[in-house]
Design a protein around this ligand. Structure first.
Ligand SMILES: C[S@@+](CC[C@H](N)C(=O)[O-])C[C@H]1O[C@@H](n2cnc3c(N)ncnc32)[C@H](O)[C@@H]1O
Length: 269
């Protein structure tokens, strides 16, 4: 569970990008990002039970783009499922760490970006775009801008999976009592509905969305959006499937249990 003390953002001219870069450059990364896998017990359990099942139909594949890779917690698995893996993050520290971590991997490329641009990625070149546990901290404008560009960066038929904030959906209910809630840096400007509206504007087909109570029961602050570049007529696209996952906590707990039960015994020194 991502629960970080997020800085107050209102003193920065451009809170969205500048504050994120500043925060993640200063963040000490005590366990290389694995600290956020603790609800699952291990990053392996998180990947195997919560990420892999959602991406399995789209991998292995040619070119995977990961946006906001951090220290490579998810890239460490994605690298086995792509001929080519492109990692993008706005924090130079993160890209430096990934370069070191994956130094032996000749099929991984790295880009520090400005927190918005995907210009370093060729149009129509991406089979699968992934962002996990990162764009929850960015404003609507940033997610929208990435989605706008992904319409071009995905190859026809290419798929995107983006984990973003949905805090705006319940913001009016909690805004006067935010101190009673665990927000983990989620941004209230973003919602699943805005994602669907942006996708419709850009001609991106949304396949499904899961609304997730990531930080506390009943607060659907996160969303996984699955989408694709569909060259067909948008008028023929069925409405995306929307799931309100009140059982998300149980999914994570089950992942932890499986990870705990099915592993080699600890070595006895
Ligand atoms: C909570 S960390 C998660 C990193 C990684 N996805 C993981 O699961 O371990 C958030 C990451 O998002 C990056 N980030 C935040 N805003 C971004 C933006 N607008 N564009 C690209 N990266 C961004 C930060 O630099 C940081 O590496």
């Amino acid at each position: 569970m991502t629960v970080v003390a997020f800085p107050k953002l209102d003193h920065v001219a451009d809170p969205n990008v500048a504050a994120n870069r500043d925060f993640w450059e200063k963040y000490i990364w005590p366990d290389g990002g694995d600290e956020w896998s603790r609800p699952w017990g291990t990053p392996d359990a998180m990947w195997l039970t919560s990420i892999y099942p959602r991406l399995a139909r789209f991998m292995p594949t040619g070119h995977i783009l990961e946006i906001a890779c951090g220290f490579g917690r998810v890239s460490n698995y994605l690298r086995y499922f792509a001929d080519r893996l492109t990692l993008v993050d706005l924090a130079p520290k993160c890209i430096a760490a990934c370069k070191e971590r994956f130094a032996r991997e000749k099929h991984v490329e790295y880009h520090v970006n400005d927190g918005r641009s995907l210009e370093m990625v060729a149009d129509s070149s991406v089979d699968l775009a992934v962002s996990w546990d990162s764009l929850v901290h960015t404003e609507h404008e940033t997610v929208r801008e990435y989605l706008r560009q992904l319409r071009r960066k995905l190859r026809p038929g290419g798929v995107g999976f983006i984990h973003h904030s949905n805090l705006g959906m319940q913001w009016d209910q909690i805004r006067d009592e935010v101190e009673k809630h665990t927000l983990g840096g989620r941004r209230p400007s973003m919602t699943a509905e805005k994602f669907r509206k942006d996708a419709a504007e850009f001609g991106v087909r949304v396949l499904s969305q899961e609304l997730l109570p990531w930080t506390e029961p009943g607060l659907y602050c996160d969303c996984f959006s699955l989408f694709m570049r569909d060259e067909g007529d948008p008028a023929t696209w069925p409405a995306p499937r929307l799931e309100v996952r009140e059982d998300w906590g149980r999914e994570v707990a089950a992942g932890k249990l499986i990870g705990d039960l099915y592993r080699p015994p600890a070595r006895i020194e």
